[in-house]
Design a protein around this ligand. Sequence first.
Ligand SMILES: [Zn+2]
Length: 288
Amino acid sequence: MLTSSAKSIAQPVVCTGVGLHSGTAVQVTLVPETDLGRGRYFVRTDLPDPAIIPAQVSQVGETVLSTELVAAAGTERGTVRTVEHLLAALVSHGVKAVRIEVDGPELPLLDGSAEGWCGAIATAGLISLSPQPVETSPPHISEPQWIYDGDVAALPSPTLRFSYGIEFQEAPIGKQWHSWTPVEFGANGDDFLHAIGKARTFGLARQIEQLRQAGLIRGGTLDNALVCDEERWLNPPLRFENEPVRHKILDLVGDLSLIGTIPQAHYVAFKASHRLHVALAKAIATPL
Ligand SMILES: [Zn+2]
């Protein structure tokens, strides 16, 4: 199998927006990084002595409604949350090393999908960090792995594949299943963008007040998340008839990328969450 070479971006690119949970404006600058040993990492430029926050599964902190990474020292000054959409865009383009400067505690939600991040990567361009692609076997899952307290698993598979199911009492969502088999994962990201990356975050009207009172989704609006009540979407049109479950695959891809390289497997999740995605990533990263 032909493995795409590891890449970084060719030049810096800036993205600005509002964090979903914090509601504050933030600026993100993606900066080329040529050291594959440093990989993908965040730097909180708003802090006096900013720590490096590696985008690795060992650094995961909170996983309530988004994934948070914590600096190695574990101090409050070095955290960044809602990293999953950017990380999914990066891994789908094969970007294995990049410095991500952010001047706040949360990445901007943009339009709720990874489309803006894919656009930023396209603007920056890609550079190869390793010699030409070589004929090699990618890492793969040889024994099934699953998490006991939820429905998420990695199964041996001849191709990389993601299958996800969700089930909500709200009629507009109901039960949805979707499977995605990337054509050229880690190449140019086109396949990801059009099948998964454009799918937006979604929310339930009945939960909005409760989440606001918990100090969450302060930056949530009808412009950056699909919202539905029991009977209808409050802000149609949808980009896909099953946009919510496609977005869950986007979240899963971003969370699994914290392993480093996503091993070849069939990943299956049902009514899962960032917590379960990360639990599976940890199980794969540290096999018994
Ligand atoms: Zn998401």
